[in-house]
Ligand binder design. Structure first.
Ligand code: PMM
Length: 251
């Protein structure tokens, strides 16, 4: 299982916001992750925590592109965490190799076609709407059945847009329009997502459903989750700390 290290270059992300919001600190953290053996560095300039406001395209590009350019020079495999086709394209030009779109192509009508044209891996996450009001959309008949069917719609849209099936990666979107119970039900049935036939990425690290009062208190639960997912056929986990997660994978 691969480790995707989170590098949010945002002043307001829920877990590490404010700590890496300048260029030097972001690059330093990226280099540290490379030294720790990270497989992919996921760089984002727009917070998606519940209730977050959107940032402008210019701001998103200004935050992420210099950091991508610098870390790509050091040989890092980089994904760009963006819902915007324009930002994705700029990031790819700067050296990113994967597009991580939390909206699965729903936020920007140009995204799927852009990803198809760029012929690079594209991560489609399950999403029901912008972070501002996503918590009100956490209503399901059967969360596993519903999320799989909505994710399958995004898979079909991606393939229709010309994305090569070998470039498609799926993600159930833990914490996005889902309450704690929903997230745990998805984790309990993660094999059903794996059975959809595409590599599965899971991003649970330090999210609220893990319990605890602060993101740091959720660290231990995050590591436990990685340990649990390691034997399920999941392709990669998206995590804040790299070393503790790679350690449980090698044990
Ligand atoms: N979660 C966040 C942001 N981007 N991307 C994917 N593919 N999957 C996720 O679960 C995901 C994501 C929110 O967490 P953050 O604020 O720590 O980045």
């Amino acid at each position: 299982m691969l480790i995707m290290g989170i590098l949010n270059v945002t002043p307001d992300s829920f877990a590490d916001g404010g700590r890496h919001n300048d260029f030097d600190a972001a690059v330093a953290r990226g280099l540290e992750m490379i030294a720790e053996g990270v497989d992919i560095i996921d760089i984002g300039g727009e917070s998606t925590r519940p209730g977050a406001d959107r940032v402008s395209e210019a701001e998103e590009i200004q935050r992420t592109i210099p950091v991508i350019t610098e870390l790509a020079k050091h040989g890092a495999r980089i994904s760009i965490d963006t819902m915007r086709a324009s930002t994705a394209e700029a990031a790819i030009k700067a050296g990113a190799a994967i597009i991580n779109d939390v909206s699965g192509g729903l936020a920007d009508s140009q995204m799927l076609r852009t990803a198809a044209r760029l012929q690079l891996p594209y991560i489609a996450m399950h999403w029901r709407g912008q972070s501002k009001d996503m918590n009100s959309k956490a209503i399901y008949n059967d969360v596993v059945v519903d999320v799989i069917s909505e994710l399958q719609e995004r898979v079909d849209a991606a393939l229709d847009a010309g994305i090569n099936p070998s470039n498609l990666i799926i993600d159930p979107g833990l914490g996005f329009a889902k309450d704690a119970q929903h997230n745990w039900e998805i984790i309990d049935s993660i094999d059903k997502f794996v059975a959809m036939g595409y590599p599965v990425l899971v991003g649970g690290s330090r999210k609220r459903f893990l319990g605890g009062d602060s993101p740091d208190e959720r660290e231990q639960a995050s590591i436990e989750l990685t340990k649990r997912l390691a034997t399920t056929g999941v392709w990669a986990v998206r995590v804040h700390s790299v070393k503790p997660h790679s350690e449980v994978l090698t044990k």
